[in-house]
Design a protein around this ligand. Structure first.
Ligand code: B12
Ligand code: SF4
Length: 447
């Protein structure tokens, strides 16, 4: 029997490079690719978030099965890849997964499915996709595979959603990537601004069940913590084989379950001392937790402060107060942990006054943290498919799978804010400037 050739892609973002790209590992397609390889398939994984360019990827497309992760930032690139896959091999099975296709599967299949003029997508995986991918490539009846959306005789079929047990997923096979290049990208990108030369990403926990921030595209509310010993095993490999000095844990909040963080610290091998960057919510930080982070070797904590105006924080359902933001910043400063703070402008009802409060807040955060706010990110509210925000303007984009990001943001601001779009964009720079952070950036997608 000839082994099926499978290619998995996470395309690079279409609009602009972001600072976390180039040195991160693709956790979704990385795990899926590893699982399929372990099942005996001939697998290749191409990662735009680990520095492989879109052009390089397009040149490599050609397999029996081609799968792509989609986000709002790379969806157009993902379509180019699956179109190319069909061109090279019309019998190729093309699969889209990831947050964007999960949210817009109906629109994707209407515009790119079997009956469309731009047919390039056979099936969409909605939600978890490791076991699902295996069942798809092994030829199981689609109706009996969970987490799918596809067309059958022009009818849109969806199968039940099932959460997979993440402890049954393999550790990413790092030999898919040029790990030397991936890890050293961090040092190159942040030269002169960081003590670390080599860094990459890990993911200890999945899901966010604490809040429902109205701008957030996360839909996986249920929390799942991976076996802490296994996470350390993964870290050991990254440190000892690839020389990682700093690891960025992409869990939505590392401290959303303090007992998990405590277990993680208890299981830490004494001879393994990498530095970490974690996400955390301001309301989840207290002296005990910050002390724990310090003991773990935390270099930096990424906090979504979002706004300096209490009404805006309430309007975006963030579930935190400006006082909690300042307290968290002070605590981190006291423990000499650096901060990566991010802000989102354009909450429902945003006014010039509330924007001014955010400018002042960014400055205060720098002050109370004793200059520890090292990086500041700021962006205009992007109504991400899947979020509450998107639902408020969805009607105006009805039927579309390719969303014009500029139009999305402008529509949002026109409908939801009491300031003009241009004014809001100017405030992005004002917030970045007032933060006094040495490293500043707009959050990804072109602003
Ligand atoms: C790490 C991360 C990044 C990293 C790396 C990206 C990556 N995907 O690896 C960086 C920092 C580079 C990044 C960038 C961006 N990100 Co990001 N990122 C995340 C984060 C925190 C974790 C992603 C992850 O690894 N999850 C774990 C893996 C296992 O899950 P997964 O990727 O979803 O894959 C599973 C399934 O979706 C499915 N699946 C996925 N792909 C495929 C493909 C096939 C073929 C199959 C069968 C199945 C399948 O199977 C996997 C296992 O179950 C998520 C939030 C989150 N917690 O998920 C946001 C998230 C994915 N990012 C988001 C956004 C908006 C972006 C940016 C557009 C940000 C920006 N402003 O520019 C860019 C886009 C970059 C790009 N190339 O597209 C949004 C996406 C929303 C949307 N509708 O698109 C999310 C959900 C955050 C949020 N809170 O809203 N991101
Ligand atoms: S922004 Fe963070 S805290 Fe809010 S819902 Fe999303 S992942 Fe959870």
């Amino acid at each position: 029997m000839v082994t099926k050739k499978i290619q998995m892609f996470i395309p690079e973002q279409e609009y602009r490079e972001i600072k976390s790209e180039g040195w991160t590992r693709p956790h979704g397609v990385g795990i899926i690719g590893t699982y399929l390889r372990q099942k005996g398939y001939d697998v290749e994984v191409f990662s735009g978030v680990s520095g492989t360019s879109h052009r390089e990827m397009l040149g490599q497309v050609g397999a029996d099965v081609v799968g792509c992760t989609t986000t709002i930032g790379n969806y157009v690139q993902a379509l180019k890849i699956v179109r190319q896959a069909k061109k090279v091999n019309p019998n190729c099975l093309t699969i889209l997964g990831g947050p964007e296709a999960t949210q817009l599967y109906g629109e994707v299949l209407t515009n790119r499915g079997t009956n469309s003029r731009d047919y390039c997508v056979d099936v969409v995986v909605c939600g978890d996709g490791v076991k699902t991918a295996y069942e798809l490539v092994s030829g199981k009846e689609w109706e009996s595979i969970p987490n799918l959306a596809f067309l059958s005789n022009r009818e849109l079929i969806t199968t039940p959603r099932l959460r997979e047990d993440k402890n049954n997923w393999p550790l990413i096979d790092n030999t898919f990537f040029d790990m030397g290049r991936v890890l050293s990208t961090y040092g190159r990108k942040f030269e002169g601004l960081t003590p670390f030369r080599k860094a990459t990403s890990i993911m200890s926990q999945y899901g966010c069940n604490s809040h429902h921030c109205k701008f957030c595209g996360r839909t996986d509310r249920q929390w799942f913590g991976r076996d802490t010993k296994e996470v350390w095993q993964e870290i050991k490999e990254l440190v000892e084989i690839y020389g990682a000095e700093m690891l960025f844990d992409f869990s939505d909040s590392f401290v959303q379950r303090p007992e998990y963080a405590e277990q993680f610290l208890r299981d830490k091998p004494t001879d393994l001392n990498p530095s970490f960057r974690f996400f955390a919510r301001a309301d989840q930080l207290n002296p005990q937790i910050v002390q724990l982070l310090k003991k773990l070797g935390t270099y930096e904590v990424y906090i979504g402060f979002e706004s300096g105006d209490q009404q805006m924080l309430d309007n975006m359902a963030k579930g935190i107060t400006t006082e909690q933001n300042l307290y968290a910043a002070k605590l981190l400063g006291d423990f000499e942990i650096k901060i990566l703070g991010s802000f989102v402008l354009g909450a429902p009802g945003e006014t010039k006054k509330s924007l001014e409060n955010t400018v002042t807040h960014a400055e205060q955060i720098q002050e109370v943290s004793n200059g520890r706010l090292e990086q500041c990110l700021c962006s205009v509210w992007m109504p991400l498919p899947g979020s509450w925000g998107f639902r408020q303007i969805q009607k105006e984009f009805s039927g579309q799978d390719i969303l014009d990001l500029e139009e999305l943001k402008q529509t949002w601001v026109r409908k939801m804010c009491d300031v003009q779009y241009n004014e809001l964009s100017d405030y992005v720079n004002k917030v970045l400037e007032s933060s006094g952070a040495p490293l500043t950036d707009v959050k990804g997608i072109k602003n």
